[in-house]
Design a protein around this ligand. Structure first.
Ligand code: AMP
Length: 283
């Protein structure tokens, strides 16, 4: 497996692969790789000839006071995990090489990037869109694999690709969960024992919300209240938001029908987790 640490070297390496007739898969990550990331890499390896996994803790998507400094960084373990999952190349640039001090450009995806996570973490999705745009520009034509786990990010990235005509096919991959339902996340390792035991309430609440919709609930506010009540019954968990939205526009619909997404964010001590599920109500 090839490791590239210099921004200037990635485009040439992937151009050479395409020139040799190889289709390129791209799996952007912030490292601290777990089985969720591995599922993206393995899928990319099944669908593409070469798989470039990026490992970069993106400073632009962290707000002041967030966990940028504390975010787990274990490059050696990530290289081993990426190779085991089927990566043929890891791109792990340094922050100053990726975003030199003179950088002035931000990518803002209006509307989609301003609600939900965008409302709770102002600028977060601009940071995501900016780094993903740069990765797409460096990678060139490829298939890019993203997790449903960060559903809003996926919607923002799809819009970015369409609006700026990146030659990229975005592939959505299902959320990998622990046996008790907790979505795998690099941040789960921050959880204390009691917090970890409480955390599956997030998925339980989302499933209860989805079940209420499938049982005929038509009012998004009622679903949000139900999900919130289940989460808030767990004393170690503080809900940030729970919303049911149109899966494509991320807007709260008047009536619950079509492709919907229930999303929530919550804090367990200092750790903030997100999760979501999809629900389809035939119109
Ligand atoms: P991150 O390193 O957290 O920025 O995530 C990198 C990619 O892995 C994103 O596309 C995430 O949506 C995806 N991902 C993270 N956790 C999971 C999971 N539990 N299941 C599937 N994909 C995931």
């Amino acid at each position: 497996m090839q490791v590239i640490e210099r921004v200037a070297e990635l485009a040439g390496a992937l151009d050479a692969e395409r020139a040799a007739g190889h289709g390129v898969g791209l799996v952007p990550t912030m490292g601290a790789l777990h089985a969720g990331h591995a599922s993206l890499i393995a899928r990319a390896a099944r669908e593409c000839d070469v798989v470039a996994t990026t490992v970069f803790v993106n400073p632009l998507q962290f707000g002041p006071g967030e966990d940028y400094d504390a975010y787990p960084r274990h490059l050696d373990a990530d290289l081993a995990a990426a190779e085991k999952a089927g990566a043929t190349l890891v791109f792990a640039p340094g922050p100053a090489d990726m975003f030199p001090a003179e950088r002035r450009t931000w990518v803002h995806v209006g509307g989609l990037g301003d609600v939900l996570e965008g409302a709770s973490r102002p600028g977060h999705l601009d940071g995501v869109a900016t780094v993903v745009a740069k990765l797409f520009a460096l990678a060139g034509p490829c298939r890019a694999f993203f997790g449903d786990k960060d559903y809003q990010q996926l919607v923002v990235v799809r819009r970015l690709v369409a609006d700026l005509s990146f030659p990229v096919a975005v592939v959505a991959c299902p959320t990998v969960r622990d046996v008790d339902g907790l979505a795998l996340s690099s941040r789960n390792r921050y959880l204390g024992v009691d917090e970890r035991a409480a955390a599956p309430v997030l998925f339980r609440a989302l499933r209860a919300g989805a079940a209420s919709i499938l049982a005929g609930e038509l009012d998004p506010a009622e679903v949000s209240l139900l999900v919130a009540a289940i989460v808030e019954a767990e004393p170690l968990v503080t809900l940030d938001y729970a919303e049911v939205v149109d899966a494509a526009t991320l807007e709260v619909p008047e009536k619950l029908e079509g492709e919907l997404r229930l999303l929530l964010a919550a804090r367990l001590g200092a750790t903030r987790l997100v999760d979501n599920v999809g629900v389809r109500v035939p119109a």
